[in-house]
Design a protein around this ligand. Structure first.
Ligand SMILES: Nc1ncnc2c1ncn2[C@@H]1O[C@H](COP(=O)(O)OP(=O)(O)OP(=O)(O)O)[C@@H](O)[C@H]1O
Ligand SMILES: O=C(O)[C@@H](O)C(=O)CO
Length: 425
């Protein structure tokens, strides 16, 4: 394996795996696998990039550091020569972490300083300018992310935010330097390292900026950022003759399908509304789940009765509904119950022969993917920016795991046909 990624959630892992497998247009990408947690066996021999999915975004910093260092050790044992710490393109973190603590711990383990920190993902409207993170035309702290239930982002100045989480000072390589090219970026990072800065915010407002940063970091042992930070990395390995750019074909699975949505984001709720116009949907009531009136077998029965029609079961609610449920039962209790319901449903569906499974929401996807015990999944074609097809090399299963805010208006049917091997943009 050439490149190892440590991702702080499951859908984020899919996102960066997608970038690595795609590579830059015309050049091809790396043969990439996504691992659900830290594997207890070696990766398939053909794999060039391995992405480990952790659930380390919202846990205590010590736990996030331990898991990330364990993931690093496994990737090092696989022979990786470069590592990426993947976090959210909206820099989801609190004043305590976990981007700073994990970034610094990985940097210390690898003996490096002057490490890139860049969450930019221009295809999804996330850009970094003068150390400030934008979501489309809004500063991060005016984008809705200031209301995030776990990691409210109250400062768009991510250099200042990262300083709160870091032991050493945080540097900045701003747009004018980035536009001067790879050598200028490299020198600026080196100057930061010489000053003792471990993490350095690097501006990027376009894919081209990210490619330049990737070139500048061809020899860097560690990079940190959103999936965009990996845009230029595959071609570094191809240019050195270490990879061919050919990632193999995906033929698709035509078997029974299911869609499960636990994400309550505006994007997911709109996608559910669109889907419901033409396809059967089951709204799962939180009160019924909490009272034991709705169980996995009810959801499985609904899905099984509607195979061939793209059935979707969702718990997703509006912010007001989520608020009421959380007040009534407690936030963690509701999440655990719903995540458990989706996990059990997915297990039962797969044992009943479901071959195409689409899941919306990072936490929900993590619960489902871990319950299915799929281990290593290969990366197929892109469904939409940040969401690839995942398929097992051993089992008859394909999946798409969608981050809450990702996907177009008809994401669910786009995903099902991509899993079947259809041709989707
Ligand atoms: N109606 C509801 N009321 C309260 N909580 C809910 C409800 N439906 C789902 N949840 C819980 O809310 C959480 C949603 O988080 P999840 O990460 O799956 O989606 P997201 O935040 O939209 O996605 P991402 O993290 O990828 O942006 C889950 O833990 C889920 O169990
Ligand atoms: O970077 C992103 O926006 C996503 O991959 C993600 O991590 C959302 O949870």
């Amino acid at each position: 394996m050439l490149l190892g990624v440590i991702a702080d959630d499951f859908t984020g892992a899919s996102d960066i795996a997608n970038t690595l497998a795609k590579g830059q247009s015309g050049e091809g990408g790396l043969v990439t696998s996504q691992f659900m947690g830290i594997p207890d066996q070696d990766a398939a021999p053909q794999v060039e990039a391995g992405v480990i999915s952790l659930k380390s975004r919202s846990v205590a910093p010590e736990a996030a550091i331990n898991d990330s260092l364990a993931a690093l050790a496994w990737l090092q044992a696989q022979g990786c020569r470069q590592f990426v710490f993947k976090y959210c393109s909206t820099f989801d973190s609190t004043e305590q972490g976990n981007i700073g603590p994990v970034g610094e711990a990985l940097a210390a383990a690898l003996g490096v300083k002057g490490v890139v920190a860049c969450p930019a993902f221009p295809a999804m409207g996330r850009t970094v300018y003068q150390g400030h993170l934008f979501v489309n035309d809004r500063l991060l702290n005016q984008s809705g992310m200031e209301n995030h239930p776990l990691t409210p982002m109250r400062d768009a100045n991510i250099r200042r935010w990262l300083r709160l989480q870091s032991q050493t000072d945080v540097g900045l390589v701003s747009t004018p330097t980035v536009h001067m090219g790879a050598e200028a970026i490299q020198s600026a990072l080196k100057a930061n390292a010489d000053e003792g800065n471990t993490l350095v915010i690097v501006d990027a407002v376009s894919n081209n900026d990210l490619v330049l940063i990737g070139k500048a970091c061809a020899e860097a042992p560690l990079l940190t950022g959103g999936s965009g930070i990996a845009l230029g990395l595959a071609s570094n390995f191809i240019a050195k003759g270490l990879a061919t750019g050919k990632t193999g074909a995906f033929s698709g699975k035509q078997g029974p399908e299911a869609i499960l949505a636990g994400s309550c984001s505006g994007a997911t709720r709109e996608q559910i509304d669109n889907h419901a116009r033409e396809h059967p949907v089951l709204a799962i009531s939180v009160d019924d789940v909490m009272a034991g009136r709705t169980t996995a077998s009810d959801v499985v029965a609904f899905i099984s009765a509607n195979h061939g029609k793209a059935p979707l079961a969702y718990s997703s609610g509006t912010p007001e509904q989520v608020n009421i449920a959380q007040q009534r039962y407690g936030r963690d209790t509701v999440s655990e119950k719903l995540d458990g319901l989706f996990a059990q449903t997915a297990k039962d569906l797969v044992s009943h022969g479901v071959q195409r499974l689409v899941v919306a929401g990072g936490e929900t996807s993590g619960a489902v993917a871990l319950a299915l015990g799929l281990g290593e999944l290969a990366i197929g074609p892109e469904v939409s920016p940040g969401v690839p097809v995942l398929f097992s090399r051993q089992k008859e299963i394909t999946l798409a795991l969608k981050s809450g805010n990702f996907g177009g208006p008809m994401f669910f049917t786009d995903a099902l046909s991509a899993l079947a091997g259809g041709n989707h943009p």
